[in-house]
Design a protein around this ligand. Structure first.
Ligand SMILES: [Zn+2]
Length: 106
């Protein structure tokens, strides 16, 4: 007896659903603190970039994020640090944004 294959249309629908879910989760991630340049994590020391990145869960699979590098960027006149990282579970690359608050700001 031939193995029963799932109908092609059904599989496509599943893929669409999975993609939609991923897109929604990505959109949500952008709204979270640190997810975009407009809503960065506020830190007082560059050392906190590593710690924050490692304790932030992947928004797609809740996996751990590993920091690849952090770079300084100026976005809209704001000096930001961008943590380029990837999820150790699903491999999705991600950028987290940090605003380094100088002691003079407070
Ligand atoms: Zn992940």
């Amino acid at each position: 007896m031939a193995r029963k294959l799932r109908p092609r249309a059904g599989r496509r629908a599943d893929e669409r659903k999975a993609k939609k879910l991923r897109d929604d989760l990505e959109k949500l991630a952008l709204l979270k603190e640190g997810g975009s340049s407009g809503n960065p994590f506020v830190i007082s020391s560059p050392a906190q970039v590593d710690a924050r990145t490692e304790t932030t869960a992947c928004p797609l699979c809740e996996g751990r994020l590993r920091l690849d590098e952090h770079v300084a960027e100026i976005v809209d006149g704001e000096r930001l640090r961008v943590a380029r990282c990837h999820c150790v579970a699903c491999g999705t690359k991600r950028e987290l944004y940090f605003h380094l608050r100088s002691p003079l700001d407070s």
